[in-house]
Design a protein. Structure first.
Length: 242
């Protein structure tokens, strides 16, 4: 049986992260070690030898087709491989395989569900939900805030944002003007004390009200007073904050 020989300009590579750049009407690719592209782009990794599986430029990494020098010269205006590789690393798009993409989506989903679980509680018990329960109810890809809204509108899981505990201190003169406006944002006042020179209040608010209060202080107090975030009120033990 005749032996099939592989063309000399073909190199087979596996388990790679491919970076692709289209330039001069042609496609050029480089074969990198997984996770090294981002490290190169952020400056964590500086050695090309540790980024590239092989120091060459391809037309198609999957097929092992190496780019011709004439095509490199025409597209990049040079044939120095290291310079071309650096340009592809900087400007190219990382190609993600189906398995890798699925893994990334699962990881992202888990991360978002974890953040949602940290920020939200069961309204009836004020206890956080397990991450697994959030994942089961949430079937669409979304940001954390979008996920919370979808769970509130599209699922049968009662859920609300965990309340934020804040402490506000204002000079008496400012407190007289702003007290009523501040209390509008409170869901529960835990401590309210007026001293000789300062008014202090600790209260639970919806996280969305933090920006409202902060902007009010910036506008009316001009740097006077203090606004502190103490914690989210939800606790794993289920002690009610409402």
């Amino acid at each position: 049986m005749p032996q099939i020989q592989q063309p000399s300009n073909q190199i087979k590579l596996t388990n790679v992260s491919i970076v692709r750049l289209k330039k001069g009407g042609k496609r050029f690719e480089i074969a990198c070690y997984k996770n090294k592209v981002q490290e190169w782009r952020t400056g964590v990794e500086t050695s090309l030898d540790d980024v590239l599986q092989i120091n060459n430029v391809f037309v198609n990494v999957s097929k092992g087709e190496v780019a011709k020098h004439g095509d490199l010269q025409k597209a990049f205006g040079k044939i120095e491989i290291s310079d071309i590789v650096k340009e592809i690393l900087k400007k190219g798009e990382v190609q993600v395989g189906e398995k890798e993409r699925d893994h990334d989506l699962v990881s992202l989903r888990k991360e978002i569900a974890t953040l949602v679980a940290e920020k939200c509680v069961d309204p009836s018990t004020q206890r956080p939900y397990p991450v697994g329960m959030i994942e089961k109810q949430w079937r669409r890809q979304a940001s954390v805030s979008e996920c919370i809204k979808l769970l509130q509108s599209d699922s049968n899981l009662p859920i609300q944002r965990a309340r934020m505990r804040i402490k506000l201190s204002l000079p008496i003169a400012d407190a007289e003007k702003l007290r009523e406006e501040v209390l509008k944002s409170a869901e529960k006042v835990e401590h309210d004390e007026t001293g000789q020179t300062e008014w202090g209040i600790t209260m639970l608010i919806d996280p969305g009200q933090f920006r409202v209060i902060n902007e009010l202080l910036q506008k009316e107090c001009k740097g006077r007073g203090r606004l502190e975030t103490l914690a989210f009120a939800a606790t794993a033990s289920g002690s009610s904050a409402s």
